[in-house]
Write a protein that binds this ligand. Structure first.
Ligand code: UDP
Length: 324
């Protein structure tokens, strides 16, 4: 099959392109390289089955042509990381709202199956843990810039589901929960590469707030395997919203200690306030975020194979090999 991956040079997109090529598909990555990087697909550079198109998902003519030429579309292009969302809110909102509309419109025109990448952010401030797909979303105030991301992603989901409802456009929506692994950059706020990099350099590991907030980290290779199966081997996933994550929970304070111990680092673990971390404001943290994975387990037998230890090891190796 010929497959279009928007955001195919991003952290998750690059791993997905590698997997799809390995499965024998022809893959085209559309990426504007704003946060993506060709280094994420460096392993595919000489591969005849892979090609890269530099461009924006907001370019309707380009997207129309690429979707027309493809058999299926993975829509992963988006704005990356809480830091960027807070620092550049206009770009966040425009790229997410306009871009997804352009991609889905083209998929509808040619009736191409599309998988839309969404996020656990859409659960917002929901406090019922674990988060199940049918739970309410609880969004924060519009003056808190962080919530623009969650709202845009929720709108992407509404739009995809609307096309499924009106035209039976085959859509699959996946909500990623803190996907981490090799080649992820800490530049946009992601905690695992930031902690690992600090630990490797014996620099302070900065834990925000009291460190008792928790997350569930899922290895990117577990995630892309699930995504490929949901798209190509699971007709029951069509028209569904599906959590993809690892339910194993860890507090950020414990993560800092774990990374330090695992990498035999001399780093000091330092707690700083959110005001210090995000001097411009616009930030609000979630205390807990745990996926319910019953649905994805039922659909494709998903069970995350890689542990936090594997994650820290793989991220450390990737940073040592030159990843920023
Ligand atoms: N965090 C931290 N230090 C950092 C970066 C993040 O303590 O250098 C915290 C952050 O406040 C949050 C958690 O780690 O509670 C996960 O942050 P990340 O941005 O990776 O993911 P998200 O908040 O989107 O789940």
């Amino acid at each position: 099959m010929k497959i279009l991956v928007t955001g195919g040079c991003g952290f998750i997109g690059g791993h997905l392109c590698e997997l799809l090529v390995k499965k024998g598909h022809k893959v085209v990555s559309l990426d504007d390289l704003s946060t993506g990087s060709l280094s994420n697909v460096a392993g595919l550079k000489k591969c005849k089955k892979f090609s890269f198109v530099k461009g924006s998902i907001c370019n309707a003519r380009l997207v129309d042509r690429l979707v027309k030429e493809s058999d299926a579309v993975f829509h992963l292009a988006s704005v990356v990381g809480v830091k960027l969302v807070c620092d550049e809110p206009v770009r966040t909102i425009e790229t997410m709202a306009d871009g997804t509309s352009v991609v889905i419109k083209a998929c509808r025109k040619y009736m191409k199956k599309v998988l839309v990448a969404s996020t656990s952010e859409v659960y917002g401030k929901g406090s019922r843990v674990p988060f199940c797909e049918s739970d309410d979303t609880v969004m924060g105030a519009t003056c808190i810039r962080r919530w623009a991301y969650a709202n845009c992603k929720a709108m992407d989901e509404f739009l995809a589901l609307a096309h499924y409802y009106e035209a039976k456009l085959p859509v699959v929506i996946v909500r990623f929960f803190n996907t981490v692994g090799p080649r992820q950059t800490g530049m946009y706020g992601m905690v695992v590469p930031r902690f690992v990099k600090a630990a490797l350099n014996d620099e302070p590991i900065t834990v925000y707030d009291d460190g008792k907030q928790s997350r569930c980290f899922c290895h990117v290779l577990d995630v892309v395997e699930a995504v490929e199966k949901l798209m190509f081997h699971c007709p029951a996933a069509i028209g569904q919203v599906i959590n993809v994550g690892n339910p194993k929970e860890v507090t950020i304070g414990d993560l800092a200690k774990f990374v330090k111990r695992q990498l035999k680092s001399k780093s000091e673990i330092k707690n700083i306030s959110f005001e210090e971390a995000y001097p411009g404001g616009g930030f609000e943290d979630m205390r807990r975020r745990v996926p319910c994975i019953k649905k994805v387990k039922k659909l494709i037998g998903f069970r995350p194979k890689r542990t936090l230890k594997d994650i820290v090891r793989d991220v450390a190796e990737s940073i040592k090999a030159g990843n920023k």
